[in-house]
Write a protein that binds this ligand. Structure first.
Ligand SMILES: *Cc1c(COP(=O)(O)O)cnc(C)c1O
Length: 393
């Protein structure tokens, strides 16, 4: 089998072996249900869950009772948006979000719009940033929730989240952020922010799939939300269902490792990313960076190679795993809704490749990818040049 280079770390990450190791005993030896109060199996599992919850709270500077475990960011986003909408519908039925959000936010809002809520989709500038003046103008007396992602999963742009949260709080509106691409890469300090709800997922930070968190601020006035999963009343009644103990233990370890190595990992990956960007721009013509030039997460590089079809380039880079637009929407051939929101030309949208660097990428891999991309882009451009020539004849 061909050795593959993985550069699609916004879609998912390889589990860190140190994470897997701490999870294993919770599949085999300590398999109890943390809700079982009557025997040691249950106690051991519950202890592990609470230790993980404490650790996660510490890394986010939050309180343990503000951490709710879910199956991932999709569920956290659904619970936050639908749960708030249902709880506060008596106050108002207007929600503000952004055109570049993840599908789990956009589709939750779409679901609510069918139930009679009014949704405002904020535009973004050419770099993917929300204009705070436009946000302010969109707020009205009916607005109950603002949901803006922390960092974008396609173009890496980091929003001015603390300012947006501040505006929301000043106007008495609940603020939620999908921080799936930010947690583990950016320092998050929830006690010193005005974020009310925050979602993230384990498998984007070298942890396991199928586990996520919804942080819910527990400060007066307390944020209320209506659970979306009914059952045994786990997680303070907000998310019923037996807890995924091994994954919870793994998530806490994954966050610990991100926290411990954040500065050096960010430095290493941004150096790799900058080298790729510099080399592509120096060796190829008509290459454009998509997203913000500096206000972006360190491992993201989204580049349009004009006159090259994204799918053709991905095919040509056969031993390199990258993606066009977002992996979550590859099912539609419409082209990325994020790049569209930047108002890029069609040719730029359909020639965009997302490189997502990660912990396990090496300097050798980066050099290989640089060379291979440059060679393949030149080849494909030559081909399309001759194809077009033929058409002219
Ligand atoms: C991956 C991702 C999600 C969804 O996470 P799941 O674990 O698949 O539920 C949501 N938002 C963003 C920004 C993401 O990158």
């Amino acid at each position: 089998m061909m050795k593959m280079i993985y550069m699609d770390n916004h879609a998912t990450t390889q589990i860190d072996p140190r994470v897997l190791e701490v999870m294993l005993p919770y599949f085999t030896e300590h398999y109890g249900n943390p809700a079982s109060r009557q025997h040691r199996f249950g106690w051991v599992a519950e202890e592990a869950v609470e230790a993980a919850r404490n650790k996660i709270a510490k890394f986010l500077n939050a309180e343990p009772n503000e951490i709710i475990f879910t199956s991932g960011a999709t569920e956290s986003n659904n619970l936050a948006i639908k749960g708030i909408a249902e709880a506060y519908a008596y106050k108002g039925r207007h929600i503000i979000t952004v055109a570049t959000e993840h599908k789990s936010v956009l589709d939750s809002c779409d679901h609510l719009s069918k139930a009679g809520f009014k949704i405002s989709y904020l535009p973004v500038d050419q770099y993917g940033l929300v204009d705070l003046n436009i946000l302010e103008r969109e707020i009205n007396s009916d607005t109950i929730l603002i949901s803006v992602m922390y960092a974008n999963n396609e173009i890496g742009t980091i929003q001015n989240i603390n300012e947006i949260a501040k505006i929301s709080t000043e106007r008495n509106i609940i603020f939620h952020t999908d921080a799936t691409q930010a947690v583990g890469k950016l320092k998050i300090d929830l006690k010193n922010s005005q974020i009310d709800l925050l979602s993230f997922s384990g498998h984007k930070i070298y942890g396991p799939k199928g586990i996520g968190v919804l942080y819910i601020k527990n400060k007066s006035p307390k944020v209320k939300l209506i659970p979306q999963m009914d059952g045994g009343g786990h997680e303070r009644g907000l998310r019923s269902g037996t807890l995924n103990v091994p994954a919870i233990v793994g998530l806490a370890k994954a966050l610990e490792l991100c926290d411990q190595f954040m500065d050096e990992e960010n430095k290493r990956l941004s150096e790799f990313r900058n080298k790729m960007q510099t080399e592509f721009l120096a060796n190829l013509e008509n290459v454009f960076l998509n997203g913000h030039p500096s206000q972006r997460i360190p491992n993201n590089l989204n580049i349009s190679f004009l006159h090259v079809e994204d799918t053709a380039l991905i095919m040509a880079l056969k031993d390199i795993a990258v993606s066009s637009g977002s992996a979550c929407s590859t099912a539609n051939a419409q082209g990325s809704h994020v790049l569209k929101a930047l108002r890029l030309s069609d040719s730029r949208i359909h020639s965009a490749i997302r490189f997502g660097l990660g912990r396990f990428n090496t300097a050798e891999e980066v050099d290989y990818v640089i060379d291979k991309v440059i060679v393949e882009v030149k080849k494909l451009r030559k081909l399309s040049f001759f194809k077009n020539k033929k058409v002219e004849l």
